[in-house]
Ligand binder design. Structure first.
Ligand code: AMP
Length: 173
């Protein structure tokens, strides 16, 4: 399936969750088994080449892509979650969203020092969420070797807030 075909499976909802936001709804891609499998395959190939030790998925849509990619590669999956969801000792970071502010957490013992980490999420918008996640990984002494999205929204300039040369997306809107 080409990027254009994948792109056509994503539904666009204007003014969600508030006025002025053009929301890219991946649920229409997920409900199409062929498209979901093709999206995972397209994301997995470049990640495999990075030889990661761990895949991080960002709550909650990052889990949908990150967990199957980790299982396919036979590496661990680590969730980064919203404040108050993780049960053991955590570290946290505050970050800006396209539509608000939030706090993300990771378990303090989730990553080995020096581990090669690939961060996975569905959509790169302003990059605030992923920039926060990069900080969490670095605080734990691990290394971000890749950041992978199904789709990016280039007009929002998210790549500028992320490390150079390690960001990839299958689709751009
Ligand atoms: P950001 O931190 O601005 O890059 O936003 C990241 C998260 O918010 C991603 O995990 C997306 O799932 C979600 N998000 C932000 N803006 C949009 C949008 N316009 N369409 C779909 N998802 C979005």
């Amino acid at each position: 399936m080409t990027p254009e075909q994948l792109s056509s499976k994503i539904r666009t909802i204007p003014d969600f969750p508030k006025k002025g936001i053009v929301f890219r709804d991946i649920t229409t891609l997920l409900q199409d088994g062929e498209a979901f499998a093709a999206a995972l395959e397209a994301m997995t190939a470049p990640i495999r080449a990075l030889k990661p030790d761990v895949i991080i998925g960002i709550e909650s849509r990052g889990f949908i892509f990150g967990a199957p990619i980790a299982a396919t590669l036979g590496v661990g999956f680590v969730p980064v979650r919203k404040l108050g969801k993780l049960p053991a000792e955590t570290i946290s970071v505050e970050y800006d969203l396209e539509y608000g502010k939030n706090v993300l957490e990771i378990h303090r013992d989730a990553l080995q020092k020096g581990a090669r980490v690939v961060i996975v999420d569905d959509v790169l918008a302003t990059g605030g969420t992923v920039a926060g996640t990069v900080k969490l990984v670095e605080q734990l002494g691990a290394t971000v070797v890749g950041i992978s999205f199904l789709a990016e929204l280039p007009v929002l300039g998210g790549r500028k807030r992320l490390p150079d040369g390690i960001v990839s997306a299958i689709i751009a809107f």
